[in-house]
Design a protein around this ligand. Structure first.
Ligand SMILES: [Zn+2]
Length: 87
């Protein structure tokens, strides 16, 4: 895979980091939406490779852990959430 440069050059700027930290500090977003472990990162429901316009849209955000976020990056699509598995 080709190197894509630093996080900042891909658009993960200070606004993103501040908004993401605020999102994850909400008790409702405490746990990874996929596996239920403590959430560390914001994951996008619609991949921002396909929908870059939804990058800062919080309706496209969900809490995730590093492990699930890495899996989604490889897959290129969102993993099913715990909530949908329990349906
Ligand atoms: Zn997870």
């Amino acid at each position: 895979m080709r190197k894509r440069g630093s996080a900042t050059s891909r658009g993960y700027d200070s606004t993103w980091r501040r908004e993401a930290a605020a999102f994850l500090s909400d008790p409702a977003n405490r746990l990874c939406a996929v596996c239920g472990r403590p959430a560390k990162v914001v994951m996008h429901i619609h991949s921002i490779r396909l929908r870059p316009d939804l990058r800062m849209n919080k309706s496209n955000w969900r809490p995730g852990c590093h492990s699930c976020n890495a899996k989604e990056a490889v897959l290129g699509y969102a993993l099913p959430s715990l909530a949908s598995k329990r349906k």
